[in-house]
Write a protein that binds this ligand. Structure first.
Ligand code: HPA
Ligand code: ZN
Length: 347
């Protein structure tokens, strides 16, 4: 674990400003979950796609979820307005501009190609639009961004293999693969062969595990899928042996506090176990998951979580540094971001 530098005394009043201004990486953001209702309506109109809501306000009012599946049903309906390469660009660009405002210096962005290819949208349309936004963010915003292709776990492994085949001609435009969608009943083992193939191809591997599903899914994501990070992972607190392993191996967890609140994983933000995970030595990071649906982008997640749980400036530094450590970039860039982080804390 990176040694925490001796931080100057930081008063409670200064903490929100530091949380906003500190450089940070976002490692768990579904780009389709950044599609704001206004953009859904604009794209529906320009593409002639019917949506079963009369107004932006009515759509927003439907964002009251009881669990993961109740959210996924609306999330996939929202994504149905995405048709052209420009749509995918516009969605990703809107997110990247928002990320820049939150002092995000680097983002590793999930996308769900099967949601689009099932509707007849070509894989190139999806990947080229998203990739162009990532390139433009680097040159115009100074934000680096890369793409992680997620397989939908409610579909079959054969369909995941077909998706991988379709994406391989664009292999240089994504850095890894992930696993998302309905967790319970779809254990990581279901995707053992396709993840093994992705490993042979040199792709990074991550998976959602322990969001709603049991600690066993975290064990099998690590041991069967050989993932480098666990997305969510908050259910690991139910398994002391797993907690010890995650701490010892510094396996990053991409925790999404406002998502967990909105999907009723914890009844109140004050009940979130992020402090327990951090204090047990796990490599926790904070992320927004699906910010257009869960009521906040990355800084909202930091600010509301710190306010509700009483995390300290030490935790803030640790969370930002963990986000750099857990990212899929080289050591030199990690060191530069850490220097920038130390400067903000020293100032
Ligand atoms: N969990 C699983 N699948 C998802 C999520 C999530 O939080 N967001 C978008 N797809
Ligand atoms: Zn997610």
């Amino acid at each position: 674990m990176a040694a925490i530098p001796a931080l100057p005394a930081i008063s409670a009043e200064r903490l929100p400003g530091l949380l906003r201004r500190m450089p940070k990486a976002e490692l768990h953001i579904h780009i389709e979950g950044s599609l704001e209702p206004e953009l859904i309506f604009a794209m529906a109109q320009r593409n002639g796609v019917a949506i079963p809501y009369a107004s932006v306000e009515q759509l927003r009012r439907a964002y009251a979820f009881s669990n993961l599946q109740s959210f996924l049903d609306i999330y996939y309906a929202g994504a149905s307005v995405l048709i052209t390469e420009q749509d995918f660009f516009d969605m990703a660009w809107a997110y990247l501009e928002r990320a820049k405002a939150d002092h995000v210096v680097h983002a590793e962005i999930f996308f769900d190609p099967q949601t689009h290819t099932a509707r007849g949208v070509a894989m190139e349309t999806v990947i080229n639009g998203l990739h162009r936004a990532c390139e433009q963010a680097r040159t115009q915003l100074g934000v680096s961004a890369s793409l992680i292709l997620c397989f939908l776990r409610h579909l079959s492994e054969d369909e995941a293999f077909q998706t991988l085949e379709q994406a391989l001609p664009l292999r240089d435009k994504f850095i890894g693969v992930g696993l998302d969608s309905s967790e319970v009943g779809h254990p990581p083992e279901k995707f053992a062969r396709v993840f093994a193939r992705c490993g042979e191809l040199g792709l990074h591997r991550v998976a959602h595990a322990g969001e709603e599903g049991p600690p066993e899914y975290i064990w099998s994501a690590l041991d069967v899928l050989k993932v480098e990070r666990i997305d969510h992972g908050v259910q690991s607190a139910k398994d002391p042996q797993l907690m010890r392993r995650l701490a010892q191996e510094r396996v990053p967890l991409t925790v999404c506090p406002l998502s967990n609140l909105k999907l009723c994983v914890f009844p109140r933000l004050a009940d979130h176990n992020i402090r327990q995970l951090l204090d047990a030595g796990l490599a926790v990071t904070v992320n927004s998951d699906d910010p257009a649906y869960f009521g906040g982008y990355l800084n909202d997640n930091f600010l509301q979580t710190f306010e509700a749980t009483g995390l300290t400036a030490q935790h803030a530094w640790q969370l930002a540094n963990n986000s750099f450590e857990a990212s899929f970039v080289g050591a030199e860039r990690k060191r530069r971001w850490r220097d920038q982080l130390d400067e903000v804390f020293a100032g």
